[in-house]
Design a protein around this ligand. Structure first.
Ligand code: AMP
Length: 390
């Protein structure tokens, strides 16, 4: 048995939010659902708050509150019944988080959310503190965008600064003259222009920081995207040990710099030159960490419960090589997928999020496979997903 290292100031037991307490989640998607499952397994109750009904989180929570995020009165009522509030996606308006902040602990903090929820602020934070990023420029006018493209060079990617995910609001340009067209397409909102770099791999480090300042991170995972949406994650990433170690070090330093409490995902680019660059931060559990549910000693969701409740962090050890494949709504195009065919793979776990409308590109669930090697886990998980269409 390993006890957490004595090098850190022990969180006072008085700060522990003990099992039996009620945890609040802003947002109601699959991340909230898996957080709730982990929390309930440990004996907590969970309330969720979002504008929607019969949600992935609400289906498994003790209470589903349905109200807009700008209904500050509803938020205050929500806060009265919970011991701590967390969020399961970063597009929660910062006013909502601020309204809660005076009433109940919010973890991660509103300040960390504020930094990570807008690409421009996030990149500025990273570069000001010396973390490696792609060359970038922020632009609030067409003139600034033109200057920015001239500075970073082409090819470049222009991204809307706010509320982007899964590649939404992104445009690649090969010539500076295309910038104006993109500016118009993005309706003149603040943008970020980045140099387009040639990638060898994309990896993510999921790390957590406890109330006592202790940090624990998983080994880097490797991510493959299709149409900008995460398709398959494999763990551990097939990268040199030095690059993996450096990615872990950078991630730990980012959590410290944000004075963060909770789970944070750091997405990195590994360029064809072997350079490691931070792409973006997700201030919450992340799709690439779903495989920790079945393949690690502590899942990223349990880790989030531990961190926000002031409990010691759990072991991030990976029990076996693993692979995760997302199940998008496209799989329903010809009718209900063949679940029995996928379940015939004995080392594959099926996770569905309880969503009733399978739209193309919508994340409906995922499969996780564990195996003796990463390669085998990947082959098995893809074969199981293919079997859904038989
Ligand atoms: P993002 O939403 O910023 O994570 O971008 C979505 C995906 O687009 C990334 O996972 C990369 O595959 C690709 N991408 C984004 N920015 C760049 C860049 N500056 N250079 C190369 N590829 C990029």
């Amino acid at each position: 048995m390993t006890l957490s290292s004595p090098g850190h100031r022990a969180a006072s037991d008085a700060h522990v939010i003990a099992p039996g307490a009620t945890l609040g989640v802003l947002g109601s998607g699959q991340l909230g659902r898996m957080f709730t499952i982990a929390a309930r397994r440990m004996g907590y109750r969970v309330h969720t708050f979002s504008p929607d009904q019969d949600t992935p989180t609400g289906q498994v929570a003790d209470r589903e509150v349905t109200a807009p995020y700008d209904d500050l009165e509803a938020l205050r009522t929500f806060a009265k019944d919970v011991a701590v509030v967390t969020f399961e996606f970063e597009n929660v308006p910062s006013d909502a988080v601020q309204a809660l902040g005076g009433l109940v602990p919010v973890r991660p903090s509103g300040a960390a959310l504020y930094t990570a929820q807008q690409r421009g602020r996030e990149k500025a934070f990273l570069s000001e503190r010396g973390f490696p990023t792609v060359p970038f420029a922020r632009a609030a006018t067409l003139e600034e965008l033109t200057d920015g493209v001239a500075t970073v060079g082409t090819p470049a990617v222009i991204k809307s600064a706010a509320f982007g995910y899964d590649g939404k609001g992104q445009h690649r340009i090969t010539k500076a003259s295309e910038a104006e067209r993109v500016w118009i397409a993005l309706r003149g909102a603040e943008v970020l222009v980045e140099k387009f770099v040639a990638l060898q791999a994309e990896i993510s480090v999921i790390a957590a920081r406890g109330l006592d300042g202790a940090v624990a991170e998983y080994v880097p995972f490797e991510n493959r995207h299709t149409d900008h949406i995460l398709d398959v994650t494999t763990a551990p990433a097939a990268i040199p040990a030095g690059v993996a170690g450096r990615a872990r070090e950078i991630s730990r330093a980012i959590l410290q710099a944000l004075d963060y409490v909770g789970v944070l995902c750091v997405e990195f680019f590994v360029t064809t030159d072997g350079e490691l660059l931070v792409n973006e931060l997700a201030p919450r559990p992340h799709n690439s960490g779903h495989l920790t549910f079945d393949a690690a000693v502590t899942s990223q969701f349990e880790q989030q419960v531990r961190a926000i409740c002031g409990l010691p962090l759990g072991s991030t050890e990976l029990l076996k090589p693993a692979a995760m494949a997302n199940l998008l709504g496209d799989l329903w195009a010809e009718g209900e997928p063949n679940w029995a065919a996928a379940c015939r793979f004995q080392d594959v776990k099926l996770h569905l999020y309880g969503k009733t409308q399978p739209r193309p590109g919508r994340k409906m669930g995922h499969l996780t496979a564990t195996a003796r090697t990463v390669h085998e886990a990947q082959e098995v998980v893809i074969a199981a997903r293919d079997a859904l269409l038989t």
